[in-house]
Write a protein that binds this ligand. Sequence first.
Ligand code: GTP
Ligand code: MG
Length: 192
Amino acid sequence: MESGKTTSIGKIAKRIKESGKSVMVAAADTFRAAAVEQLEVWSKRANCDIIKGSENQDPASVVFEAIKKAKENNIDVLICDTAGRLHNKKYLMDELEKIQRVIEKELPDADKESLLVIDATTGQNAIEQVKAFKEVSNITGLILTKLDGTAKGGVVIGIVHENKIPVKFIGVGEGIDDMEVFKSSDFVKAII
Ligand SMILES: Nc1nc2c(ncn2[C@@H]2O[C@H](COP(=O)(O)OP(=O)(O)OP(=O)(O)O)[C@@H](O)[C@H]2O)c(=O)[nH]1
Ligand SMILES: [Mg+2]
């Protein structure tokens, strides 16, 4: 689903870079060649390194290599881009689970975040997405994208309330600076 994962990674990478930390991105959406190219464009914009696998390489092995490189180069933050469009949902979830396992094994003591990106225009379907992702990953936060349109993303209120998962960032456009830290008071005002 094109919720804005890759775009959000570009935006976050730039923020982290500007805060003085080093960032690396891993192109673990190996299913589509275009996905790797897209992340490469964002890594250039954010001025950070990128680790790419070969086409159709196992995404978990790309993440494994990226962690190795990040360790070797003392990188502060590694962000892994994952696929949203695969043959079927089961395949996608198995892949995410495998990636999670590699990260847990290779970085047992690191601070880890697993962010689910939700398109504000998605509506009730977002609840299903959270349910599915919770089965394979410990979601630590949400990113709500496309709030620059007419959608207000009201569906996340229920999600946050029920799952106790915070919204970390909101996407407000397609540009690299079009991301804001989520402030619940502004959000509630916009919805009312
Ligand atoms: N208006 C608006 N567009 C956005 C925002 N975030 C992403 N987009 C657009 O949404 C489209 C999909 O973004 P991607 O980052 O490719 O989404 P993705 O989740 O990586 O998609 P897949 O890799 O195909 O699963 C692109 O055209 C982006 O420019 C946002 O906050 N506002
Ligand atoms: Mg993508």
